[in-house]
Ligand binder design. Structure first.
Ligand code: FAD
Length: 262
């Protein structure tokens, strides 16, 4: 069984700055990390590999050449191999073009039994790429997945969280599974894994390697247009009241009256 885990390299968000003129993220000089939700997706795939024989895990990323570092990290964690889709023609892709390109990469890999993605990327934050891949491949999908209950050659049973609890969902394979933050942190790269990662050959594919139409790629192939990006103005610090419940309720009521809210 082959599981492809889509991994996006993202800027370490605590250090991201915006360009106020361009309205874009300043990525230069910002350290990059594996998108944390993708590390959880890989962890879930690795748990399946721990329990079943003959599972191959391939990590797949679309990004600039330095995303190779993140892919090596995934091999250190236990992925068997990794592929980086990288070409200037992919720069500026929106979620539609990203899903299109990744699904072409999945086809080039000969398809898969399962594709795992993270719930969302912590920079773009849309959560659209997993569903986009499922749409391009014509596969069923489950989102907000926290656990895999059963896995067979033709079917997978997963737990999908909802606002009030969780659903158990059965899907036919192949399928796309979008994984949430798991209760336990993803495993760290092992020493053996790190040695393997250091030597691993990371396949790099450009436009010429994929069965894609160039008009669907990169910024020019992206139907989304960003009109304006801005950080919301900082709110004033709040005030913390302490005391007995009745006293606090009276204070709140006074405050609401003062503000003319009631
Ligand atoms: C007009 C426009 C221009 C843009 N230009 C740029 C740009 O120049 N550079 C740039 O970095 N971003 C750019 N973006 C942002 C880019 O569209 C998104 O970052 C990207 O499409 C993924 O969407 P997301 O981050 O919301 O991922 P989500 O949908 O939140 O990701 C969900 C999951 O999908 C998978 N996934 C997402 N992206 C990838 C990937 N690249 N490789 C592997 N797996 C992935 C991961 O498993 C991830 O957890 C641009 C967006 C727009 C609208």
């Amino acid at each position: 069984m082959k599981i492809i885990v889509c991994v996006k390299e993202v800027p370490d968000t605590t250090e991201v700055k915006m360009d106020p003129e361009q309205g874009t993220l300043i990525r230069e000089g910002v350290p990059s990390i594996v998108n944390p939700f993708d590390a959880f997706a890989l962890e879930l795939a690795l748990q399946i590999k721990d329990e079943h024989d003959d599972i191959e895990i391939v990590t797949l990323s679309m990004g600039p050449p330095h995303a190779e570092k993140s892919l090596r990290e995934t091999i250190g964690m236990g992925a068997d191999r990794a592929v980086l889709i990288t070409d200037r023609a992919f720069a500026g892709s929106d979620t539609w073009a990203t899903s299109y390109t990744l699904s072409a990469g999945i086809k080039k890999l000969g398809g898969a039994d399962l594709v795992f993605v993270g719930q969302q990327a912590i920079d773009g934050d849309t959560g659209q790429v997993g569903p986009g891949i499922a749409q391009f491949l014509g596969w069923p999908q489950a989102i907000f997945v926290r656990a895999v209950r059963n896995i067979g050659d033709n079917e997978i049973e997963v737990e999908r969280i909802t606002e009030s609890g969780y659903d158990v969902v059965k899907l036919g394979n192949p399928a796309v599974i979008s994984v949430i933050k798991l209760p336990k942190d993803p495993r760290l790269p092992s020493l053996r894994g790190m040695m393997k990662a250091k030597k691993a050959e990371i396949a790099k594919w450009g436009v010429a390697d994929l069965d894609v139409e160039e008009r669907n790629l990169g910024l020019s192939g992206s139907p989304t247009r960003v009109m304006k990006i801005f950080s919301p103005p900082k709110r004033k610090d709040g005030e913390i009241f302490e005391g007995e419940p009745a006293e606090l309720a009276a204070k709140c009521a006074d405050l609401l009256r003062e503000q003319g809210i009631v």
